[in-house]
Design a protein around this ligand. Structure first.
Ligand SMILES: Nc1ncnc2c1ncn2[C@@H]1O[C@H](COP(=O)(O)OP(=O)(O)OP(=O)(O)O)[C@@H](O)[C@H]1O
Length: 261
């Protein structure tokens, strides 16, 4: 059985259709990208996948059970969400925030049987947060804060990770670092990743499969080569990019073209 099964999902807000007849499956260990123009329904789909909201019709199932019917604490023990505005609470230190990823595993006394401190240490080392670990998150840069947010979801040791545009506001160095960390973590643990992304080039490099939404409907779903097609992208985004192959990675990449007239 696929880890995630979405079948004939529709979502309406006050009679306004936001998602229409969405169906796809995701197998354990996949990296799946959700792309599409602004307002096409990407974040809404992520909310349905995380069980925060229920579909108006159709089904979203995680391990064969409706996403919104999983008890929240149980779900938090195997699914983590990194939202776009993952601003951790002010006043806490980097180390404390990462430790918060362990909350779903604590008993009512706030203690955990397994040694969480060594896990937190290894995450701090891996994300190069050693020098920042005792600083309050308030004064950190956007890139540093995003790294802390990633550390918190890593501490949760999920099997399914949902990301909402994890690289927004990051410079190209941090963008690649963030995606590489997620990718190596995924390879080591067999984690399943579903990510909303705006950047088609990043998606083609990191996602095995991706879908493109337009006005709440699926216009393409498949491997990057199936999806990154000039005519399709022009139809969806209203601009026709040049599609080339990445000289090293051998995946499709787009070049945008200014109108010089
Ligand atoms: N709670 C809500 N109530 C009413 N309308 C909503 C609600 N949430 C989203 N919408 C509408 O649903 C549509 C899709 O929004 P959504 O945030 O899912 O798009 P998106 O593809 O993630 O956009 P972006 O790329 O700009 O972040 C938008 O028209 C939005 O206004």
């Amino acid at each position: 059985m696929a880890l995630v099964q979405v079948s004939k999902v529709c979502k309406k807000y006050q009679e306004q259709g936001v998602l229409e007849q969405i169906s796809f499956d995701i197998e354990a260990g996949e990296c799946f990208g959700i792309l599409g123009p602004n307002g096409s329904g990407k974040s809404t789909l992520l909310k349905l996948l995380s069980g925060i909201e229920a579909p108006t019709s159709g089904r979203v199932q995680l391990e064969g059970r409706a996403a919104h019917e999983h008890p929240r604490k149980e779900l938090a023990q195997w699914m983590a969400v990194l939202p776009q505005d993952a601003l951790p609470p002010l006043g806490f230190t980097v180390r404390e925030i990462i430790g918060m990823g362990r909350y779903p595993f604590q008993n009512w006394l706030g203690s955990e049987l397994a040694d969480a401190e060594s896990l937190v240490d290894s995450i701090i080392e891996r994300l190069q947060l050693g020098k920042l670990q005792h600083r309050a998150v308030d004064g950190l840069s956007g890139g540093e804060r995003q790294r802390v947010a990633l550390g918190k979801v890593m501490a949760q040791e999920p099997r399914l990770l949902l990301l909402d545009e994890p690289t927004t506001f990051l410079d190209i160095g941090y963008q690649m670092q963030m995606m590489d960390w997620i990718s190596s973590w995924q390879k080591e643990t067999g984690l399943t990743v579903i990510s909303v992304l705006h950047d088609l080039n990043l998606a083609a490099q990191y996602c095995g499969r991706m879908m493109i939404l337009q006005e709440g409907r699926t216009v393409a779903i498949g491997q990057p080569d199936d999806v990154i097609q000039p005519a399709l992208l022009e139809q969806v985004y209203g601009t026709q990019p040049i599609v080339m192959r990445h000289p090293v990675l051998d995946v499709p990449q787009i070049l945008l073209q200014a109108d010089r007239r």
